[in-house]
Design a binder for this molecule. Structure first.
Ligand SMILES: Nc1ncnc2c1ncn2[C@@H]1O[C@H](COP(=O)(O)OP(=O)(O)OP(=O)(O)O)[C@@H](O)[C@H]1O
Ligand SMILES: [Mg+2]
Length: 387
Protein backbone atom coordinates (compact mmCIF):
# COMPACT_ATOMS: atom_id res chain seq x y z
CA UNK A 1 0.00 0.00 0.00
CA UNK A 2 1.50 3.34 -0.95
CA UNK A 3 2.04 5.90 1.77
CA UNK A 4 -0.53 8.72 1.32
CA UNK A 5 1.37 11.34 3.35
CA UNK A 6 3.63 13.89 1.61
CA UNK A 7 6.33 15.31 3.89
CA UNK A 8 8.00 17.33 1.13
CA UNK A 9 8.14 21.11 0.67
CA UNK A 10 5.42 22.26 -1.70
CA UNK A 11 3.92 18.77 -2.10
CA UNK A 12 0.13 18.68 -2.17
CA UNK A 13 -1.03 17.00 1.05
CA UNK A 14 -3.54 14.13 0.92
CA UNK A 15 -5.97 16.41 2.75
CA UNK A 16 -5.66 20.15 3.14
CA UNK A 17 -6.42 20.75 6.81
CA UNK A 18 -7.97 23.98 8.07
CA UNK A 19 -7.70 26.13 4.96
CA UNK A 20 -11.23 26.03 3.55
CA UNK A 21 -12.04 29.66 4.50
CA UNK A 22 -9.10 30.92 2.43
CA UNK A 23 -10.24 28.87 -0.57
CA UNK A 24 -13.85 30.01 -0.18
CA UNK A 25 -12.91 33.69 0.01
CA UNK A 26 -10.93 33.40 -3.20
CA UNK A 27 -13.72 31.53 -5.01
CA UNK A 28 -16.14 34.25 -3.99
CA UNK A 29 -13.88 36.99 -5.28
CA UNK A 30 -13.47 35.22 -8.63
CA UNK A 31 -17.26 35.07 -8.93
CA UNK A 32 -17.63 38.72 -7.92
CA UNK A 33 -15.09 39.77 -10.56
CA UNK A 34 -12.59 42.60 -10.96
CA UNK A 35 -12.10 44.76 -7.90
CA UNK A 36 -12.97 42.01 -5.43
CA UNK A 37 -10.66 41.94 -2.44
CA UNK A 38 -9.23 38.42 -2.50
CA UNK A 39 -7.98 38.80 -6.06
CA UNK A 40 -5.04 40.64 -4.52
CA UNK A 41 -3.50 38.76 -1.62
CA UNK A 42 -0.26 38.87 0.25
CA UNK A 43 -0.10 35.73 2.35
CA UNK A 44 2.38 35.30 5.16
CA UNK A 45 3.28 32.42 7.42
CA UNK A 46 6.19 30.66 9.10
CA UNK A 47 8.32 28.06 7.35
CA UNK A 48 6.50 24.85 6.60
CA UNK A 49 3.07 26.23 7.46
CA UNK A 50 1.88 25.60 3.91
CA UNK A 51 2.35 28.80 1.88
CA UNK A 52 3.52 27.09 -1.30
CA UNK A 53 0.78 24.49 -0.99
CA UNK A 54 -1.77 27.29 -0.58
CA UNK A 55 -0.57 29.03 -3.74
CA UNK A 56 -1.04 25.75 -5.60
CA UNK A 57 -4.49 25.23 -4.13
CA UNK A 58 -5.62 28.77 -4.94
CA UNK A 59 -4.27 28.19 -8.44
CA UNK A 60 -6.48 25.11 -8.63
CA UNK A 61 -9.49 27.19 -7.63
CA UNK A 62 -8.72 29.72 -10.38
CA UNK A 63 -8.17 26.95 -12.91
CA UNK A 64 -11.46 25.28 -11.99
CA UNK A 65 -13.07 28.60 -12.91
CA UNK A 66 -11.40 28.50 -16.31
CA UNK A 67 -8.69 31.02 -15.44
CA UNK A 68 -5.15 30.74 -16.72
CA UNK A 69 -2.73 30.25 -13.82
CA UNK A 70 0.92 31.26 -13.82
CA UNK A 71 3.03 30.15 -10.85
CA UNK A 72 6.42 31.75 -10.30
CA UNK A 73 8.97 32.02 -7.51
CA UNK A 74 10.45 35.45 -6.87
CA UNK A 75 14.01 36.00 -8.04
CA UNK A 76 16.00 37.47 -10.90
CA UNK A 77 14.14 37.45 -14.21
CA UNK A 78 10.78 36.70 -12.61
CA UNK A 79 8.81 39.21 -14.68
CA UNK A 80 10.33 37.83 -17.87
CA UNK A 81 9.28 34.35 -16.81
CA UNK A 82 5.72 35.53 -16.31
CA UNK A 83 5.82 37.19 -19.74
CA UNK A 84 7.07 33.99 -21.34
CA UNK A 85 4.36 31.83 -19.78
CA UNK A 86 1.64 34.34 -20.65
CA UNK A 87 2.86 34.33 -24.21
CA UNK A 88 2.88 30.55 -24.49
CA UNK A 89 -0.62 30.32 -23.06
CA UNK A 90 -1.89 33.00 -25.40
CA UNK A 91 -0.44 31.15 -28.36
CA UNK A 92 -1.99 27.89 -27.23
CA UNK A 93 -5.36 29.53 -26.74
CA UNK A 94 -5.05 31.40 -30.01
CA UNK A 95 -4.39 28.15 -31.82
CA UNK A 96 -7.45 26.58 -30.21
CA UNK A 97 -9.62 29.57 -31.04
CA UNK A 98 -8.50 29.65 -34.63
CA UNK A 99 -9.42 26.00 -34.85
CA UNK A 100 -12.91 27.04 -33.87
CA UNK A 101 -12.97 29.90 -36.32
CA UNK A 102 -12.71 32.60 -33.67
CA UNK A 103 -10.59 35.67 -34.31
CA UNK A 104 -8.86 36.19 -31.01
CA UNK A 105 -5.44 36.43 -32.61
CA UNK A 106 -5.71 39.78 -34.23
CA UNK A 107 -6.52 41.76 -31.13
CA UNK A 108 -5.26 45.27 -30.84
CA UNK A 109 -4.33 46.23 -27.33
CA UNK A 110 -4.32 49.89 -26.53
CA UNK A 111 -2.33 50.03 -23.35
CA UNK A 112 -0.78 53.02 -21.73
CA UNK A 113 -1.96 55.14 -24.65
CA UNK A 114 -0.04 53.11 -27.22
CA UNK A 115 -1.87 51.07 -29.78
CA UNK A 116 -0.16 47.83 -30.70
CA UNK A 117 0.20 45.83 -33.87
CA UNK A 118 -1.46 42.45 -34.10
CA UNK A 119 0.75 40.05 -32.25
CA UNK A 120 2.23 37.12 -34.08
CA UNK A 121 3.66 34.10 -32.31
CA UNK A 122 7.12 34.78 -33.76
CA UNK A 123 7.36 38.40 -32.72
CA UNK A 124 9.87 39.34 -30.05
CA UNK A 125 8.47 39.33 -26.55
CA UNK A 126 6.87 42.37 -24.91
CA UNK A 127 7.18 43.75 -21.42
CA UNK A 128 5.51 41.40 -19.00
CA UNK A 129 2.39 43.49 -18.44
CA UNK A 130 1.72 43.75 -22.17
CA UNK A 131 1.98 39.98 -22.50
CA UNK A 132 -0.46 39.53 -19.64
CA UNK A 133 -2.80 42.16 -21.08
CA UNK A 134 -2.76 40.42 -24.46
CA UNK A 135 -3.55 37.12 -22.78
CA UNK A 136 -6.41 38.82 -20.94
CA UNK A 137 -7.72 40.09 -24.27
CA UNK A 138 -7.83 36.52 -25.59
CA UNK A 139 -9.47 35.29 -22.38
CA UNK A 140 -12.14 38.00 -22.51
CA UNK A 141 -13.90 35.87 -25.12
CA UNK A 142 -14.09 33.07 -22.54
CA UNK A 143 -15.00 35.48 -19.73
CA UNK A 144 -12.14 34.26 -17.60
CA UNK A 145 -8.96 35.84 -16.31
CA UNK A 146 -5.36 35.34 -15.27
CA UNK A 147 -4.15 34.30 -11.81
CA UNK A 148 -0.48 34.91 -11.05
CA UNK A 149 1.04 33.43 -7.92
CA UNK A 150 4.41 34.59 -6.61
CA UNK A 151 6.13 32.43 -3.99
CA UNK A 152 8.87 33.68 -1.66
CA UNK A 153 7.93 37.29 -2.42
CA UNK A 154 10.44 38.41 0.20
CA UNK A 155 13.28 37.60 -2.21
CA UNK A 156 11.98 39.95 -4.90
CA UNK A 157 14.24 42.96 -5.45
CA UNK A 158 12.79 46.43 -5.01
CA UNK A 159 12.85 47.28 -8.69
CA UNK A 160 10.88 44.21 -9.77
CA UNK A 161 8.50 44.73 -6.88
CA UNK A 162 7.77 48.27 -8.00
CA UNK A 163 7.22 47.20 -11.59
CA UNK A 164 4.97 44.33 -10.53
CA UNK A 165 2.91 46.47 -8.17
CA UNK A 166 2.59 49.42 -10.54
CA UNK A 167 1.56 47.26 -13.48
CA UNK A 168 -0.92 45.17 -11.54
CA UNK A 169 -2.41 48.36 -10.17
CA UNK A 170 -2.94 49.53 -13.72
CA UNK A 171 -4.61 46.27 -14.77
CA UNK A 172 -6.92 46.48 -11.77
CA UNK A 173 -7.75 50.09 -12.62
CA UNK A 174 -8.74 48.88 -16.08
CA UNK A 175 -11.11 46.39 -14.38
CA UNK A 176 -9.24 43.43 -15.84
CA UNK A 177 -9.95 40.00 -14.35
CA UNK A 178 -6.51 39.57 -12.82
CA UNK A 179 -5.54 37.90 -9.55
CA UNK A 180 -2.15 38.29 -7.89
CA UNK A 181 -1.47 36.01 -4.94
CA UNK A 182 1.86 36.41 -3.19
CA UNK A 183 3.37 34.55 -0.25
CA UNK A 184 6.36 35.06 1.98
CA UNK A 185 7.83 35.00 5.47
CA UNK A 186 6.06 37.45 7.82
CA UNK A 187 8.83 39.72 9.00
CA UNK A 188 10.52 39.92 5.60
CA UNK A 189 7.22 40.87 3.98
CA UNK A 190 6.67 43.58 6.58
CA UNK A 191 10.04 45.07 5.71
CA UNK A 192 9.25 44.89 2.05
CA UNK A 193 6.12 46.93 2.68
CA UNK A 194 7.79 49.42 4.97
CA UNK A 195 9.10 51.45 2.01
CA UNK A 196 7.52 54.79 1.16
CA UNK A 197 7.15 54.36 -2.60
CA UNK A 198 3.69 54.32 -4.14
CA UNK A 199 3.64 50.72 -5.42
CA UNK A 200 4.23 49.42 -1.91
CA UNK A 201 1.41 51.65 -0.69
CA UNK A 202 -0.75 49.83 -3.19
CA UNK A 203 0.49 46.43 -2.02
CA UNK A 204 -0.22 47.35 1.57
CA UNK A 205 -3.87 47.42 0.60
CA UNK A 206 -3.78 43.78 -0.48
CA UNK A 207 -5.65 41.25 1.65
CA UNK A 208 -3.17 39.81 4.13
CA UNK A 209 -4.18 36.30 5.16
CA UNK A 210 -1.87 34.95 7.83
CA UNK A 211 -1.42 31.19 7.64
CA UNK A 212 -1.14 29.70 11.09
CA UNK A 213 -1.02 26.25 12.60
CA UNK A 214 -4.30 24.39 12.19
CA UNK A 215 -6.61 23.08 14.97
CA UNK A 216 -5.38 19.80 16.46
CA UNK A 217 -8.91 18.32 16.44
CA UNK A 218 -9.08 18.84 12.67
CA UNK A 219 -5.71 17.18 12.34
CA UNK A 220 -7.01 14.12 14.21
CA UNK A 221 -10.04 13.94 11.91
CA UNK A 222 -7.80 14.19 8.88
CA UNK A 223 -5.60 11.32 10.08
CA UNK A 224 -8.67 9.11 10.52
CA UNK A 225 -9.98 9.96 7.10
CA UNK A 226 -6.69 9.59 5.23
CA UNK A 227 -5.80 6.27 6.86
CA UNK A 228 -9.30 4.87 6.33
CA UNK A 229 -9.44 6.03 2.71
CA UNK A 230 -6.09 4.34 2.12
CA UNK A 231 -7.47 1.03 3.41
CA UNK A 232 -5.98 0.84 6.89
CA UNK A 233 -7.42 1.59 10.32
CA UNK A 234 -6.57 3.83 13.26
CA UNK A 235 -8.42 4.28 16.56
CA UNK A 236 -9.79 7.69 17.58
CA UNK A 237 -7.40 7.72 20.54
CA UNK A 238 -4.32 7.07 18.44
CA UNK A 239 -5.43 9.63 15.86
CA UNK A 240 -5.51 12.15 18.70
CA UNK A 241 -2.05 11.12 19.91
CA UNK A 242 -0.70 11.67 16.40
CA UNK A 243 -2.52 14.97 16.08
CA UNK A 244 -1.18 16.29 19.38
CA UNK A 245 2.35 15.40 18.33
CA UNK A 246 1.96 17.67 15.31
CA UNK A 247 0.95 20.68 17.39
CA UNK A 248 -1.13 21.60 14.34
CA UNK A 249 2.02 22.46 12.38
CA UNK A 250 1.30 21.44 8.78
CA UNK A 251 4.75 20.10 7.91
CA UNK A 252 4.65 17.98 11.06
CA UNK A 253 1.23 16.60 10.04
CA UNK A 254 2.83 15.04 6.99
CA UNK A 255 5.90 13.85 8.91
CA UNK A 256 3.93 12.18 11.69
CA UNK A 257 1.53 10.62 9.19
CA UNK A 258 4.28 9.39 6.92
CA UNK A 259 6.50 7.88 9.60
CA UNK A 260 3.66 6.31 11.53
CA UNK A 261 2.30 4.75 8.36
CA UNK A 262 5.63 3.23 7.39
CA UNK A 263 6.15 1.42 10.72
CA UNK A 264 3.91 -1.31 9.32
CA UNK A 265 2.77 -0.78 5.79
CA UNK A 266 -0.43 -2.83 6.05
CA UNK A 267 -3.07 -3.64 8.67
CA UNK A 268 -4.24 -1.56 11.61
CA UNK A 269 -1.96 1.18 12.94
CA UNK A 270 -0.98 0.28 16.50
CA UNK A 271 0.20 2.24 19.55
CA UNK A 272 3.73 0.96 18.87
CA UNK A 273 3.59 2.30 15.32
CA UNK A 274 2.49 5.69 16.62
CA UNK A 275 5.22 5.92 19.28
CA UNK A 276 7.95 5.02 16.82
CA UNK A 277 6.42 7.15 14.08
CA UNK A 278 6.22 10.28 16.21
CA UNK A 279 9.85 9.86 17.33
CA UNK A 280 10.98 9.45 13.72
CA UNK A 281 8.93 12.47 12.68
CA UNK A 282 10.53 14.66 15.32
CA UNK A 283 14.00 13.60 14.23
CA UNK A 284 13.17 14.35 10.60
CA UNK A 285 11.68 17.72 11.50
CA UNK A 286 15.04 18.63 13.01
CA UNK A 287 16.97 17.48 9.97
CA UNK A 288 14.57 18.91 7.37
CA UNK A 289 13.45 22.16 8.93
CA UNK A 290 15.63 23.23 11.85
CA UNK A 291 19.04 22.15 10.65
CA UNK A 292 18.94 23.94 7.26
CA UNK A 293 17.32 27.01 8.80
CA UNK A 294 20.05 27.18 11.45
CA UNK A 295 22.78 26.60 8.88
CA UNK A 296 21.70 29.80 7.10
CA UNK A 297 22.36 31.83 10.24
CA UNK A 298 25.53 33.28 11.73
CA UNK A 299 27.10 31.76 14.83
CA UNK A 300 25.94 34.68 16.97
CA UNK A 301 22.38 34.22 15.66
CA UNK A 302 22.55 30.59 16.72
CA UNK A 303 24.01 31.48 20.08
CA UNK A 304 21.09 33.85 20.65
CA UNK A 305 18.67 31.01 19.91
CA UNK A 306 20.47 28.51 22.14
CA UNK A 307 20.41 30.99 25.02
CA UNK A 308 16.76 31.62 24.35
CA UNK A 309 16.00 27.89 24.42
CA UNK A 310 16.89 27.83 28.13
CA UNK A 311 13.46 29.31 28.81
CA UNK A 312 10.40 27.09 28.82
CA UNK A 313 8.23 29.79 27.29
CA UNK A 314 8.69 33.28 25.86
CA UNK A 315 12.07 34.90 26.60
CA UNK A 316 12.96 38.41 27.73
CA UNK A 317 15.55 40.14 25.60
CA UNK A 318 17.35 41.32 28.73
CA UNK A 319 17.74 37.71 29.94
CA UNK A 320 19.09 36.53 26.62
CA UNK A 321 21.57 39.41 26.54
CA UNK A 322 22.74 38.56 30.06
CA UNK A 323 23.24 34.90 29.14
CA UNK A 324 25.23 35.98 26.10
CA UNK A 325 27.28 38.34 28.26
CA UNK A 326 26.28 41.26 26.03
CA UNK A 327 24.17 44.42 26.24
CA UNK A 328 20.47 44.40 25.40
CA UNK A 329 21.28 46.69 22.51
CA UNK A 330 23.71 44.14 21.07
CA UNK A 331 21.22 41.32 21.53
CA UNK A 332 18.52 43.51 19.97
CA UNK A 333 20.38 43.54 16.67
CA UNK A 334 20.28 39.74 16.57
CA UNK A 335 16.66 39.64 17.68
CA UNK A 336 15.77 41.79 14.66
CA UNK A 337 17.78 39.56 12.33
CA UNK A 338 16.06 36.45 13.67
CA UNK A 339 12.62 38.01 13.42
CA UNK A 340 13.32 38.78 9.79
CA UNK A 341 14.56 35.26 9.17
CA UNK A 342 11.29 33.90 10.58
CA UNK A 343 13.02 31.95 13.36
CA UNK A 344 11.35 33.80 16.23
CA UNK A 345 8.29 35.94 16.76
CA UNK A 346 7.43 38.83 19.01
CA UNK A 347 5.45 37.63 22.04
CA UNK A 348 4.49 40.86 23.78
CA UNK A 349 6.53 43.79 24.95
CA UNK A 350 10.22 42.90 25.18
CA UNK A 351 9.44 39.21 24.71
CA UNK A 352 10.26 36.78 21.93
CA UNK A 353 9.32 33.17 21.32
CA UNK A 354 10.14 30.46 18.81
CA UNK A 355 8.14 30.25 15.64
CA UNK A 356 8.55 26.58 14.74
CA UNK A 357 7.42 23.71 16.96
CA UNK A 358 10.12 21.60 18.60
CA UNK A 359 12.79 24.17 17.73
CA UNK A 360 13.36 24.75 21.45
CA UNK A 361 13.89 21.02 22.05
CA UNK A 362 16.13 20.74 19.01
CA UNK A 363 18.30 23.63 20.19
CA UNK A 364 18.62 22.12 23.64
CA UNK A 365 19.68 18.76 22.22
CA UNK A 366 22.19 20.26 19.81
CA UNK A 367 23.37 23.28 21.81
CA UNK A 368 27.03 22.26 21.88
CA UNK A 369 27.35 22.24 18.11
CA UNK A 370 25.44 25.40 17.46
CA UNK A 371 26.98 28.08 19.61
CA UNK A 372 29.64 30.59 18.69
CA UNK A 373 32.75 29.70 20.63
CA UNK A 374 35.95 31.37 19.57
CA UNK A 375 38.22 29.16 21.69
CA UNK A 376 36.97 25.80 20.49
CA UNK A 377 36.20 26.45 16.89
CA UNK A 378 36.52 22.84 15.93
CA UNK A 379 33.74 21.63 18.14
CA UNK A 380 31.32 22.39 15.29
CA UNK A 381 31.06 19.19 13.35
CA UNK A 382 29.05 19.96 10.25
CA UNK A 383 30.80 17.08 8.47
CA UNK A 384 29.58 14.61 11.05
CA UNK A 385 25.98 14.91 9.86
CA UNK A 386 22.92 14.86 12.05
CA UNK A 387 22.96 12.59 15.10
N1 LIG B 1 -3.22 22.63 5.34
C1 LIG B 1 -2.37 21.59 5.34
N2 LIG B 1 -2.76 20.38 5.80
C2 LIG B 1 -1.92 19.34 5.80
N3 LIG B 1 -0.66 19.39 5.33
C3 LIG B 1 -0.20 20.56 4.86
C4 LIG B 1 -1.03 21.72 4.83
N4 LIG B 1 -0.32 22.75 4.32
C5 LIG B 1 0.87 22.25 4.03
N5 LIG B 1 0.98 20.95 4.35
C6 LIG B 1 2.19 20.13 4.22
O1 LIG B 1 3.23 20.80 4.91
C7 LIG B 1 4.47 20.74 4.20
C8 LIG B 1 5.00 22.14 3.96
O2 LIG B 1 4.17 22.87 3.09
P1 LIG B 1 4.75 24.07 2.20
O3 LIG B 1 5.97 23.62 1.49
O4 LIG B 1 3.64 24.61 1.39
O5 LIG B 1 5.15 25.13 3.35
P2 LIG B 1 5.74 26.60 3.16
O6 LIG B 1 5.02 27.49 4.08
O7 LIG B 1 5.75 26.96 1.72
O8 LIG B 1 7.24 26.40 3.69
P3 LIG B 1 8.54 27.29 3.34
O9 LIG B 1 8.41 28.57 4.12
O10 LIG B 1 9.68 26.44 3.84
O11 LIG B 1 8.57 27.50 1.86
C9 LIG B 1 4.19 19.91 2.95
O12 LIG B 1 4.58 18.59 3.20
C10 LIG B 1 2.69 19.99 2.78
O13 LIG B 1 2.17 18.84 2.16
MG1 LIG C 1 7.27 27.40 0.37
Amino acid sequence: MSNPFKPTAGATPPLLVGRQPVLDAFQESIEDGPGSPYLLQLMTGARGVGKTVMLNELGEVAQANGWVVIHVTAGPGMLERIAQRARVRRQELGAVDRGHGATTWSVTTPLGGVSRQSPSPEAESWPWVDEVAALLDVLAAHQTGVCITVDEIHSLDVEQMQTLAGDIQMLIRESRPIALIMAGLPRAVEELLAGESRPTTFLRRAERPVLRDVPVSEVADSFLQIVTDAGRSLSDELAMVCARATNGYPFMIQLVGYHTWRQGRTGPITAEHVTAGVAAARARLGALVHEPALADLSEVDRTFLVKMAQDDGASRLADIAARMGKTSQYAGVYRDRLLKAGMIQAAGYGLVDFDAPYLREYLREHAAHLMADRHTRHTRSDEGGPG
